[in-house]
Ligand binder design. Structure first.
Ligand SMILES: Cc1ncc(COP(=O)(O)O)c(C=O)c1O
Length: 399
């Protein structure tokens, strides 16, 4: 594991995308969907005892809209906002009922949404397009798992796996959108493409808003896994705003092979730095080399540390969450989903990380918050890891 301090300060309120009012409106929008229910926030008391912290909370996003991952919160909100504007609706008037009415459909016409995805985001785009009576096209990077492709097709999209790595698939989707007059719904921003990714970040705010309502005690340490960082940005901003007096320490977690936030933090020049190479990792959702420009901007103010972790830390957390201690609830968590918990546990339980744990200030008085951002979205690999011990951790050195 490697740790770097993020450049920002604890400002409490750094951004207009996620004001309290906007986030409340966003949650109201999501709650208007018939499939909506807040996902559970699991209180893992026995695990907390076992690893020596005060409390350990894990939000289980495998229950989100029946789609097994949090991602649909971003795409549904962004697509809803886009369509609402076409039909002349204000953001706070947008509801599922209005978006799916016959009159609204006629006012909007037929639209094709396009995106690039490792799986979860594409499934959210496909599902939302289908729910709202529109068409979607989804491209995936090389090495994408067939089960994830099938799930996207089953949600109603025309989907295929390309020969390109993630960041290049994004460029391809963007070009196709331009050539065909389609709408690109990408969960990452770059200079000149910020409105839709901004809405996506706002959409993730619903998850954080639920957490604030569900938490019995304020968190002290929040571990947020990052691909392009949009999820971490949306959640970190809401949590920092919710606890201005005692803001939690926010740690952005990435695979060692896709460590763009770590690199950007370590360079300490306020600029984004990219990870290169194939970014091989089991954490498919986090295999992104270029931070979202908006997320980077938000996280420089709201995150405290960037931390890289190896594949075995995520695999270890998948096993631990799936085989809980005592009466702790069971959480089925996928590779990207379990990485935040994995990073927290690796800091707390592995002697070689002791200095980093001290720097982050995590210990017996800590209330740790993590999000299991997906369930078993690749069941074959889930079984390899949980049954057969694939990606086993090297022996633990104990005190
Ligand atoms: C399960 C899961 N967790 C976390 C992330 C990271 O989200 P972001 O790319 O917004 O950083 C992703 C991204 O696809 C994901 O699929």
């Amino acid at each position: 594991m490697r740790l770097a301090k993020m450049p920002g300060e604890k400002t409490g309120d750094s951004l207009g995308l996620l004001t309290k009012k906007t986030v409340a409106d966003t949650k109201r929008f999501h709650a208007s969907f018939p499939q909506y229910a807040p996902t559970p926030l699991c209180d893992l008391r026995r695990l907390a005892e076992a690893v020596g912290v005060h409390r350990m909370f894990v939000k289980d996003e495998s229950f989100r809209f029946g789609l097994n991952a949090f991602k649909v919160l971003g795409s549904s909100y962004a697509m809803g906002r886009y369509l609402a504007r076409r039909a002349g609706l204000f953001a706070n008037e947008t509801t599922y009922e209005k978006l799916t009415s016959k009159a609204f459909r006629e006012a909007c016409g037929d639209i094709t949404f396009i995106t690039a995805t490792d799986g979860n985001h594409g499934r959210g785009v496909a599902w939302t397009a289908h729910e709202l009576g529109q068409r979607s096209v989804v491209y995936m990077p090389k090495g994408s798992r067939p089960e994830r492709l099938e799930n996207i097709r089953a949600a109603g999209a025309e989907a295929s796996i390309t020969n390109l790595k993630y960041d290049d698939v994004v460029r391809m989707a963007s070009k196709q959108a331009e050539e065909n007059g389609w709408v690109l719904v990408q969960d990452t921003a770059w200079p000149g493409y910020e409105e839709i990714p901004g809405w996506i970040i706002t959409g993730y705010g619903t998850m954080a808003e639920e957490i604030v309502e569900e938490l019995p005690e304020p968190p002290t340490h929040v571990f947020l896994q990052a691909g392009v960082g949009s999820m971490a940005a949306g959640v970190a901003a809401v949590l920092k705003n919710a606890y201005p007096e005692n803001p939690p320490t926010v740690i952005v977690v990435e695979p060692t092979t896709a460590d763009c936030f770590y690199r950007s933090a370590a360079a300490n020049d306020g600029k984004r730095h990219f990870a290169e190479g194939d970014m091989k990792t089991i954490m498919a959702g986090l295999a992104c080399g270029e931070p979202c420009s908006l997320a980077w901007d938000i996280l420089t103010h709201t995150a405290d540390f960037a931390l890289t972790c190896e594949d075995f830390t995520a695999a270890n957390a998948m096993r631990i969450l799936g085989a809980p201690l005592g009466d702790d609830p069971r959480i089925i968590s996928g590779e990207s989903g379990a990485s935040g918990v994995g990073a927290a546990l690796a800091l707390l339980c592995r002697l070689e990380n002791k200095e980093m744990a001290a720097e982050i200030g995590i210990g017996k008085d800590s209330n740790v918050l993590c999000i299991s951002t997906e369930g078993a979205t690749d069941r074959e690999r889930y079984k390899d890891i949980t049954w057969h011990g694939a990606f086993a951790a090297p022996d633990v050195e104990r005190e």
